[in-house]
Design a protein around this ligand. Structure first.
Ligand code: NCD
Length: 262
């Protein structure tokens, strides 16, 4: 129901590598354009598929879908809500690089509307990470999420200065300003392009520091960062396939193939 490149393609690749097949749905070109409700669409899908991955612009739409049918439903992004399968591949990428998750993690950019950082911060708090939240004041992490993180015992620092974090961070998680969620263009233009990382900014960074990003990037990370040892965002996107293979096996009570656990 909403644009997707990596999430859609990696879910599809994952299912096909497991020997399954995929039915592709897109609200453009479907009966959604004729006014069909999400409830009715899900009733149809229940008759055609064994498991569903749904991306929808409305927060709560995945939960609503899961409550409407008897199939496992995976939230592939619900508006400014959550993106839990992205979190699994983010955690996997961080663990692969550092061997642990109780790290100094700096989350940067649109922490208000960015669903990836909502899910990721909840997960990292449970693994003992210390979080630095970097955003302009208007795009701060929602207070109810900060409340959850504090209740989980998470050590949180709030800042609007990205460059001040470079020397101490183990992970810098960059995000796109979520233009499509702003009530109007003027509000977006006030914060567009506010955080940018380029190779010249990384001189003081720890050698082991990694930069990740759920992608797509707009202008937050200069292309001159791509060939530094810090840049892991394309490996991160590739990790979406094995992560989603494992998750699909879990949902369908199937054995996880050796190629995934390896
Ligand atoms: C993100 C999303 O859709 O929330 N992309 C993704 O799934 N990898 C991030 C974004 O759109 O900025």
């Amino acid at each position: 129901f909403e644009n997707s490149t990596r999430t859609r393609m990696s879910f599809e690749t994952a299912m096909k590598r497991l020997g399954g097949s995929v039915l592709n749905f897109s609200s453009a070109g479907s009966s959604v354009a004729k006014g069909e409700t999400l409830y009715d669409t899900m009733q149809m899908i229940e008759g055609y598929a064994d498991v569903v991955a749904i991306r929808h612009p409305r927060q709560g739409a995945a939960q609503y879908s899961a409550d409407s049918i008897g199939l496992p439903v995976l939230n592939a992004g619900d508006g400014a809500g959550n993106h839990p399968t992205q979190t699994l591949l983010d955690l996997f990428t961080i663990k692969q690089a550092h061997g642990r998750l109780d790290l100094d993690v700096t989350l940067v950019g649109d922490l208000r509307y960015g669903r990836t950082v909502h899910s990721l911060s909840h997960a990292l708090a449970r693994f003992g990470a210390r979080l630095t939240l970097v955003s302009p004041e208007t795009l701060g992490m929602p207070p109810e999420i900060i409340g959850d993180l504090k209740a989980a015992g998470c050590d949180i620092t709030v800042s609007d200065d990205l460059h001040a974090q470079v020397a101490t961070a183990d992970v810098i998680y960059m995000t796109r300003i979520q233009k499509e969620r702003f009530p109007d263009d003027d509000e977006y233009l006030k914060v567009a392009g506010i955080y940018k990382l380029s190779k010249a900014d990384l001189g003081g960074a720890k050698g082991s520091m990694i930069i990740i990003h759920p992608l797509p990037r707009v202008d937050e990370i200069d292309s001159d960062v791509d060939d530094t040892a810090h840049a892991l965002y394309f490996e991160q996107a590739a990790n979406g396939v094995v992560t989603r293979m494992a998750l699909l096996c879990r949902m369908l009570d199937a054995d996880i193939p050796d190629e995934v656990t390896a």
